[in-house]
Design a binder for this molecule. Structure first.
Ligand code: 3HC
Length: 693
């Protein structure tokens, strides 16, 4: 065995050279890995005893892509294109032996090998689109030459990971073998290629599938139309599509030029910078400085959920999906039955779409025990309270749980805004109490705010984070404050939206600005969807706010066919002249005169106030890092990932600009715009949120 460098070895077995890469954690194509491949392949080619080459990886995966940490830095080491040219041009067959995931540049390296052998559990894909990029090492030109343009369009714009069997069916893998036999079978494969004198197949020369699609522009037009909603606001999907178009319409080398040009355009743009930032941000959240990964955890074998409403049911489904038994408690049989029926119906619906089997539904339902007895939770390892937002009710429940549930169990509240410390104080074991703020619908939304009370123990925190990971959530650890991170910042935007309406902007103006910014919908459309009567009490309603007036008129949102908007029978929102008049009258009663509000003002008042609140949250230590706040906003509130998150966005446009606007608003509109101390300090120091350690 010859060490090529620190991350690559070359072993000669008989007449086959085995080039092994070993660069944890994911064998990304760093300068060292590129050098290792290039030197290894050249050495093997130069060795006259060698008749074929196997490229294989040590550790948990084949090459998972370019090294993202190198992006944006000056290039060092050999270019990936030169490494690929050496492989593709090798006069001896090169076979990629793939396990784990061959992703991005990793698959692109495999695609310049003459053949590909994969372990049964392996997956492959071109996920660059998720980083705001496109496959920049020939992937967009080679992939359609194997799988055809239609499948290539799907793969490059979704970034989906394809299993070995499906990949083999599409022609991406030439052989799929048992995981344990991968190395031996790849060696056998290359020997067979030699024995049968099979050609050194170069994907770049396979033109049949792309030529067949030539002169059929409707393929691309249809694809764009079908996905317009999904791709809205993103640059990368469109650029990926253009590359596949180039693969179909141009000779290989010309197509490569288009790919290069569009790749660089994306790489140098703000969207990819934001999406790459988000990639690391979403991995940072698990890193808790004072609660390290080796903190002891509590074995969660049984979970109790109090409340079988929308929230409780959704939370239960997360746990059942992960195979965790759940006891769900209600106070009345009718509510319990309704909750159980909803869960069952949700599962049946998923099964009817073919996403799970009927057997899966039965298995999950069998893990769920309904009861009216709180006493059934005595041996639960975790209890999650999911009743409505009322401090007295919650305190009463926690007082009871304290007497019933075994010591050492975690007692969690799903409150979205209440003081977790006060709830914890209702027990004799505040160290066991934590907030687990799921977002609605809880079985769908990815985000979990894990709310750490003043006395919450480290094992309780670590266990909650690990549980979140197990049930497929992305969690952010936050501190106790009204609304925690997400809703606290949202409150700023809501307040400004309501004020703007009284000043002269109409709900649809505000919604349009935020929609165009990239949110899935604006605050008023959102209110209509959620129902304006959430927390509204008819008896206490006195036409004191717009919302009260609308509710009193039975304009309670989409469900009543009208809210801030009118709705047609297809639930399309239509600006309402009635509401416009109500707003004008209401504003007049308040002594407000209507003025023209610019789109820029709408955006700045809704978004900068959120950023400012984020700064206060950081200042108070209620979030660990700015990027955690961004993860909350991307996953819980539909912040467009191509803008990174509110804090990253602020860094991108310049904190000085945000501060100047806040000061301006403060001077004209008052204290709601008082800049956070941290924002002032960072601007004074010429630093960014991203510079905070
Ligand atoms: N470059 C640098 N670091 C990477 C990386 C990459 N391509 N992929 C993963 N890592 C790092 C992660 O940041 C993480 O680091 P940490 O431990 O310090 O937090 C570590 O590797 C492990 O990653 P995960 O926590 O994500 O581990 P999982 O086992 O959950 O997932 C994976 C493994 C499926 C490979 C996942 O990491 C992944 O999807 N990686 C990104 C793949 C990708 O996007 N590839 C395309 C890159 S762009 C490209 O190739 C351009 C080319 O076309 C020219």
């Amino acid at each position: 065995m010859t060490a090529i460098n620190a991350v690559a070895d070359l072993a000669i077995e008989g007449d086959i050279a085995i080039l092994t890469l070993n660069s944890p954690p994911v064998n990304a194509l760093s300068a060292a890995v590129r050098t290792g491949i290039l030197d290894g392949v050249e050495l093997a080619i130069a060795d006259s005893n060698v008749k074929g080459i196997v490229l294989i990886c040590a550790g948990k995966t084949f090459i998972a892509g370019a090294d993202i940490t190198e992006f944006g830095k000056p290039p060092v080491g050999p270019a990936l294109a030169d490494v690929q040219a050496a492989i593709e041009g090798s006069p001896k067959p090169v076979v990629a032996a793939i396990h784990g995931t061959a992703l991005g540049g990793g698959l692109e390296v495999a695609l310049v090998c003459h053949y590909r052998v994969a372990a049964r559990s392996a997956k492959c894909g071109l996920p660059e689109v998720n980083l705001g990029l496109l496959p920049g090492a020939g992937g967009t030109q080679r992939l359609p030459r194997i799988v055809g343009p239609a499948k290539a369009l799907d793969m490059v714009t979704s970034g989906a990971h394809i299993g070995a069997a499906a990949a083999a069916e599409m022609g991406l893998f030439d052989l799929v073998t048992d995981d344990a036999a991968l190395r031996a079978d790849a060696i056998a494969f290359v020997k067979q290629v030699n024995a049968e004198q099979r050609p050194l197949r170069k994907v770049r020369d396979l033109n049949e599938k792309v030529e067949a699609a030539r002169g059929k522009p409707e393929l691309f037009a249809d694809f764009r139309r079908a996905n317009a909603r999904k791709f809205r606001g993103f640059d990368a999907p469109e650029y990926n599509i253009r590359c596949i178009e180039a693969a179909v319409n141009l000779p290989f080398d010309e197509g490569m030029k288009v790919e290069r040009k569009l790749f660089l355009a994306l790489m140098n743009g703000t969207q990819s910078a934001a999406q790459r930032y988000y990639f690391f941000a979403s991995r940072q959240v698990w890193n808790l400085p004072d609660v390290p990964a080796d903190t002891p955890t509590i074995d969660v074998k049984k979970v109790g959920i109090i409340g079988a409403g929308t929230m409780g049911g959704g939370i239960a489904m997360n746990l059942l999906n992960a195979g965790v038994p759940v006891v769900i408690v209600e106070t009345a049989q009718e509510a319990l039955d309704r909750g159980m029926r909803t869960i069952r119906a949700n599962y049946d619906n998923t099964a009817s779409k073919g996403r799970i089997t009927a057997a899966d539904v039965d298995k999950r339902m069998a893990l769920l025990t309904p009861t009216l007895e709180l006493g059934q939770l005595a041996d639960a390892d975790l209890v999650i309270e999911a009743v409505y937002e009322n401090m007295d009710v919650k305190k009463d429940i926690f007082g009871k749980l304290d007497k019933i549930v075994k010591r050492g169990a975690i007692l969690a509240t799903n409150t979205s805004a209440l003081d977790v410390n006060e709830i914890a104080a209702a027990t004799s074991r505040p160290e066991s109490v934590i907030g687990l703020h799921f977002f609605s619908p809880a079985n769908v939304m990815k985000l979990l705010e894990v709310v750490r009370g003043d006395k919450t123990s480290k094992p309780v925190i670590r266990t909650s984070m690990e549980l979140a990971r197990k049930i497929g959530k992305i969690a952010a650890l936050v501190g106790v404050c009204p609304g925690f991170v997400g809703n606290r910042m949202l409150a700023q935007r809501q307040r400004e939206a309501q004020k703007l309406v009284l000043e002269g902007a109409l709900p649809w103006d505000i919604d349009r600005v935020l929609y165009n910014f990239g949110f899935p919908m604006g605050p008023f459309a959102m209110s209509d969807l959620a129902g304006l009567d959430l927390g509204w009490i008819r008896e206490k309603s006195s036409s004191a706010t717009l919302r009260e007036i609308l509710c009193e008129m039975d304009r309670r949102g989409q469900k009543t066919g009208a809210g801030y908007y009118d709705y047609d029978d297809k639930r399309n929102a239509i600006p309402s002249p009635v509401v416009e008049q109500i707003i004008r009258d209401f504003a007049a009663r308040k002594g407000m005169t209507s003025r023209v509000v610019s789109e820029q003002e709408i955006l700045e008042r809704c978004v900068y106030t959120m950023i400012n609140e984020g700064a206060k949250i950081l200042e108070e230590g209620k979030a660990i890092r700015a990027s955690d706040i961004d993860v909350v906003w991307v996953n819980g509130y539909g912040w467009p990932v191509y803008r990174g998150g509110p804090m990253f966005y602020a860094d991108t446009i310049g904190l000085d600009k945000v501060l100047a606007a806040m000061k301006n608003f403060e001077a004209t509109l008052g204290a709601d715009f008082k800049p956070a101390r941290l924002l002032e300090d960072l601007v004074a120091q010429g630093r960014k949120f991203g510079d905070l350690k």
